[in-house]
Design a protein around this ligand. Structure first.
Ligand SMILES: Nc1ncnc2c1ncn2[C@@H]1O[C@H](COP(=O)(O)OP(=O)(O)O)[C@@H](O)[C@H]1O
Ligand SMILES: Cc1ncc(COP(=O)(O)OP(=O)(O)O)c(N)n1
Length: 268
């Protein structure tokens, strides 16, 4: 039977991140992909120039429409943008019980710029994080959530354990924003086991969409029935492959190659 996955996230007009990356990732995994759009970004490989939010009601209407008719085997959230959308998403997730749930707490860009305001961060932390099967903060998001500075592996491990206390079942602190040998090293904590997930560091400047792609791949694996830690391991392998086939589009940071078996290897 066809498995179904839902992304609740923003649109990236450049096609590298957001719902565009999520739906490609779901397709790669042969999972039927559905979307509830939260906001529309005017974005390319060089950055985001404008963001328009949908109303919270428009977001939850999309979720209800697909859940009540088609059903959902795995859900992920991405860019939720503001307090109203976060509150509405947290409520509808709980009401409809659309778990397993991967929460990618999109708050800070790769360059360290804060994308949502402090009230939205507080609401995300109190309402949505405790519902997450797996929470996937990047380096900067993990710094905000843990109150720690992340400079080495010991810091990442400590942050994962501290963030776990916020209530998610498991936490994956992602290392794409770390430097040197730690770039691409992720740390997992589920309240019991502390695991370091490492593939290899891919030497490409074209890393746009890695976080969205990873959380979508994990949601797809969960929808297919994988355990949370197996879903992360598979998802990480997928992102690493997609990075090897990253596509040098535009003037800035190009997207990862979601359909790498069909693509030429363009890595330097
Ligand atoms: N250059 C790289 N080589 C290998 N893995 C990477 C690289 N950059 C990012 N990753 C991996 O991509 C995934 C997404 O992490 P990250 O880029 O930190 O997230 P975000 O896009 O949310 O900032 C993680 O598994 C991370 O380790
Ligand atoms: C619409 C939208 N959602 C999320 C992001 C962030 O993408 P992500 O894969 O987490 O990471 P970067 O590509 O920004 O490193 C986005 N840019 N747009």
């Amino acid at each position: 039977m066809t498995k179904k996955a839902l992304t609740i996230a923003g649109s990236d007009s450049g096609g590298g991140a957001g719902i565009q990356a999520d739906l490609r990732t779901f397709s790669f995994h042969c999972v039927h992909g559905m979307s509830a759009v939260t906001c529309v970004t005017a974005q390319n490989t060089q950055g985001v120039s404008r963001v328009d939010a949908l109303s919270p009601e428009a977001v939850t209407a999309q979720v209800r429409a697909v859940v009540t008719d088609i059903g959902v085997d795995g859900t992920k959230t991405g860019m939720l943008l503001n307090e109203g959308i976060i509150e509405a998403v947290a409520e509808v997730v709980q009401e409809l019980g659309i778990y397993p749930l991967v929460v990618d707490p999109v708050m800070v860009s790769r360059t360290g710029a804060q994308l949502i305001d402090d009230r939205a961060i507080a609401t995300l932390t109190s309402c949505l994080l405790p519902q997450a099967t797996i929470l996937t903060p990047n380096r900067y998001e993990a710094q905000i959530l843990s109150g720690l500075e992340l400079n080495n592996l010991a810091d990442m491990k400590q942050a994962a354990q501290k963030i776990h206390q916020l209530g998610s079942k498991a936490v994956l602190v992602k290392g794409g924003g770390m430097t040197g040998a730690l770039k691409g090293v992720d740390v997992w904590f589920d309240g019991d086991t502390l695991t370091v997930f490492k593939t290899e560091t891919v030497a490409t400047p074209h890393t746009h969409g890695t976080g969205c792609t990873l959380s979508a791949a994990i949601a797809a694996q969960l929808a297919l029935g994988a355990s949370p830690s197996d879903a992360v391991e598979q998802g990480k392998n997928y992102v690493t492959q997609a990075l090897h086939y990253a596509i040098p589009l535009g003037q800035g940071t190009g997207p990862v190659g979601h359909f790498f078996p069909l693509l030429p290897d363009l890595a330097p």
